[in-house]
Ligand binder design. Structure first.
Ligand code: PLP
Length: 475
């Protein structure tokens, strides 16, 4: 009998890919290097459930509590909770714990889907803050602080401000100013720090949300530190939030049989972070600097300067190569796997598990590519749709409405019944309940022609979209 998943994963492993993508342990390389190999080789013998002595994640009093307490000390939080269903469940639990049905949250428009899903589950009303997008790279830059304060001023009844910090691309902003302002208005700050679990490892990286006064911070340990996929942490600071309510929500959203393999992997990631993290980060930043310096005067390549230097955005648009093409060439010809691509370039996620060899391989590949490419004509610009579509129904009303399917090109002006999410980075351009605009349809149609993948919509060929006739529904 075929073991479909196993066979493919073994094939990929044996392909010796260089990983500039998540998970942060980079195919286990860091475990081998630091002597954790023996524990992990026998990890299946540690897979257990709640029996005498193994504690219970949902009511931690013994070993899990001790491990979480150590992590709280290492990350400078007051309380740390291990998550076995990713940052996704941490975001959902914290929003639903802080809000009652019909409450309002203020959130950056480019938020992760889990924020909207929390609004559907908890009947919560999102109010969006526009995010800035770089015109040259389509990189999402984060919110503008002044604008955020003004959205707060206009929505003083909101229960929480929910912000993505840093962005997927390593962009940051003055989060402390937002936290101070929100707190002065008695509003809680929840930070989706899915891409920033590593930030406290160097003074040369932006300050973490924990250091800047956020109340609840959720980090995907598996993305930027070496833990297994799906393992994340929630850090709570201060006394503004009800920890018991968060615990209750997590019991709704996570398995009643949390994986001890994932919990062990979180503990090992903290161990590596604590014992070796600062030195490994110093080496990583030096490798990144060397890599970037090789291309500093090369006019064919653009390497974007992110505030978080561990995220590298590379564009060969001056050679007429889209990010989607570069992604494919690197994988097929040079066995380098990147995290994501957009029209203009690729994003590399570098972690303390990447070594000098990885950067040498990347440098050689780019050198070779630039040297041998036949220069094509310049890429035509595409404009990421920045304006926020008008919302007619809140996400929950839209989710439970009757829908009908129409051709994509006939959908402009209608109320969307679906998400439109270019993936990656998995940020919705339109959410259920919002009016579909021509700008969004044009962007999607252009993008798909050049290789963009769109999810959230039933018709994968993007021929049709579900829309809601608000006159046919009872709200
Ligand atoms: C910005 C952001 N937030 C949250 C998440 C969800 O994280 P997880 O995969 O740990 O559930 C992601 C996942 O890609 C993300 O990019």
């Amino acid at each position: 009998m075929e073991n479909y998943i196993l066979n493919k994963l073994e094939e990929l492993r044996d392909d010796n890919l260089t990983s500039f993508h998540v998970p942060g342990h980079k195919m286990g390389k860091v475990f081998q290097k630091l002597g954790y190999k023996n524990i992990l080789e026998k990890i299946y013998t540690l897979d257990t459930t709640e029996i005498d002595g193994t504690d219970n994640l949902h009511n931690a009093k013994e070993i899990i509590k001790e491990s979480q307490d150590r992590s709280a000390m290492v990350f400078n939080s007051y309380k740390t909770i291990y998550l076995v269903n990713g940052t996704t469940c941490g975001i959902e639990a914290s929003i639903m714990a802080v809000c009652n049905p019909k409450s309002k949250i203020i959130v950056n428009r480019d938020c992760h889907q889990s924020v909207i899903n929390a609004c559907i589950l908890g009947d919560i009303e999102p109010v969006y803050i526009k995010s800035k997008v770089c015109k040259k790279t389509n990189i999402i830059m984060g919110v503008d602080v002044k604008n955020t304060k003004s959205v707060i001023d206009n929505n003083l009844d909101a229960k929480a401000v929910v912000l993505t910090y840093p962005t997927y691309y390593g962009r940051t902003f003055d989060l402390k100013a937002v936290c101070d302002y929100a707190h002065s208005k008695n509003i809680i700050v929840i930070v989706d720090e899915a891409h920033g679990a590593h930030l406290q490892l160097s003074d040369n990286l932006p300050k973490s949300a924990i250091e800047q006064g956020a109340d609840i911070i959720i980090q995907s340990t598996h993305k930027t530190l070496p833990s297994f996929t799906q393992s994340s942490m929630m850090h709570i600071k201060g006394n503004r939030v009800d920890k018991n309510k968060i615990g209750a929500m997590l019991r709704f959203l996570e398995s009643s049989s949390p994986s001890y393999v994932l919990l062990t992997s979180l503990e090992l990631a903290v161990d590596i972070y604590d014992k070796y993290g600062i030195k490994l980060m110093e080496d990583l930043l030096s490798n990144i600097d060397n890599f970037k310096s090789k291309f500093r005067n090369n006019e064919n390549i653009i390497i974007d300067n992110n505030m978080d230097e561990t995220k590298i955005f590379v564009s060969l648009k001056k050679l007429g190569i889209t990010g989607y093409e570069l992604d494919t060439i690197l994988r097929e010809k040079y066995k380098i796997q990147v995290e994501l691509s957009n029209y203009y370039g690729i994003l590399l996620i570098c972690t303390i598990a990447n070594d000098e060899e990885d950067f040498i391989r990347l440098e050689k590949a780019l050198d070779d590519l630039i040297l041998n490419i036949n220069k094509k004509k310049l890429l035509e610009d595409t404009n990421y749709p920045e304006s926020i579509p008008e919302k007619v129904l809140n996400p929950r009303q839209a989710f439970y409405s009757d829908k009908k399917s129409v051709k994509l090109e006939d959908s402009v002006g209608k109320v969307s019944g679906e998400y439109i999410i270019p993936y990656p980075p998995g940020i919705s351009l339109i959410s259920p309940g919002e009016i579909i605009t021509q700008e969004i349809i044009t962007y999607i149609q252009q993008g798909v022609k050049s290789g963009m993948i769109v999810s959230g919509i039933k018709d994968v060929n993007l021929g049709c979209i579900d829309v809601i006739d608000i006159n046919q529904n009872y709200f």
